[in-house]
Design a protein around this ligand. Structure first.
Ligand code: UDP
Ligand code: MG
Length: 326
């Protein structure tokens, strides 16, 4: 790392919001105060800003963002025309912030992630790092199920050779150049936390304790969590396809051996025993084939979705600082 510090950056904090009317005011106030003190401490430039992305909320979130944009000089708002999901909303915000900031932090609206960590992230950025991952050092505030399933998922991904930072979600700082590279990944269903390590550049981690949601409910029910996990696996690795091939090979070898055994038994005068083994193997093979087809189908579906090259999100309005100052 270079001995001299990078100059204080123009910082953007990008916050995706979906039906977050209960937490928005608090979130804006806390992040605004943090930004103010960081400007006072000359850690970031005075024109640093917060960028709230409304991911097609059906409550008053956008009205609140709009009002904040009118009263606060450091707030920008981006409205997507419909709910695109957390990852796409975050990408939309990052893409809007990239040309305007040297360092870009992403954080959830519920402020479960300790916002003081952003100061440490900026320090690391100034020390020369391009990617600073926020890593949860304890997950006591998450439910037992969320902790266990997340742990299992990280292990599964690691076993399949996907580089991923343990206990890191989408709370991170990216330098402008790292973000510009990240935005070159144009896949429709981006799994951002899997893509960031692929970008490279000097990276580091900062640990923090994760709190409880300030208000409202999780916008990640089990179905969305599972969808994200499938997305993560199928967009980052083809190991499941290889496992299917390996399993197929093993079953072939086994059946050749079993056939030989049966032939030897037959010619040595012993009759081959009954139907349960036949029925069981038919069921077993049927199950294996259906599962394999399902997994292959996931990948084929993915090719289908990618081939269409549809836009990842639609911006309905963008309340940017420069447009307000006119
Ligand atoms: N979110 C979003 N679009 C969605 C779902 C969630 O923009 O379709 C946002 C949400 O407003 C929050 C972040 O993604 O800022 C993470 O969601 P949440 O805190 O509910 O997830 P959890 O912490 O429970 O995993
Ligand atoms: Mg949360």
């Amino acid at each position: 790392m270079p001995a001299t510090l990078r100059p204080a950056p123009r910082l953007a904090i990008v916050v995706p919001c979906y039906n977050e009317e209960e937490v928005f005011a608090y979130c804006q106030q806390e992040l605004g105060a943090l930004l103010y003190t960081m400007v006072q401490d000359h850690m970031v430039q005075p024109d640093s800003f917060l960028l709230f992305v409304d991911d097609g909320s059906r409550d008053t979130t956008w009205e609140q963002i709009k009002a904040a944009c009118e009263t606060e000089t450091c707030v920008q708002g981006l409205k997507l025309s419909r709910n695109e999901g957390h990852q796409s909303a975050l990408l939309a915000g990052l893409a809007a912030a990239a040309p305007q900031a040297e360092a870009i932090v992403s954080i959830d609206a519920d402020l479960q992630d300790d916002i003081q960590t952003i100061r440490r992230m900026v320090e690391r950025y100034r020390a020369g790092y391009d990617v600073v991952y926020g890593v949860r050092e304890c997950r006591q505030t998450d439910t037992w199920f969320k902790r266990t399933s997340a742990e299992g998922f990280y292990r599964l991904m690691a076993a399949m050779g996907v580089k991923q930072v343990f206990n890191h979600a989408d709370f991170r700082l990216l330098s402008q150049r790292a973000l510009t590279e990240l935005l070159r990944y144009t896949e429709r269903n981006a799994y951002i936390r899997g893509l960031v390590p692929l970008v490279g550049f000097p990276s580091t981690e900062v640990a923090y304790a994760r709190g409880l949601r300030t208000a409202g409910e999780s916008k990640y029910p089990l179905s969305k969590m599972l969808a994200l996990a499938v997305e993560g696996i199928t967009s980052m690795t083809i190991t499941p396809l290889r496992l299917i091939a390996t399993l197929g090979l093993c079953i072939c070898l086994f059946s050749v051996t079993a056939t030989l055994y049966v032939l030897v038994r037959k010619f040595s005068g012993n009759t081959v025993e009954g139907w349960p083994s036949i029925i069981l193997s038919i069921f077993f093979m049927g199950g294996v084939q259906m599962l394999s087809l399902g997994i292959i189908g996931e990948y084929v579906g993915k090719i289908y979705l990618e081939a269409k090259q549809r836009p990842r999100f639609h911006v309905e309005s963008f309340l940017k600082l420069s447009t307000k100052q006119k």
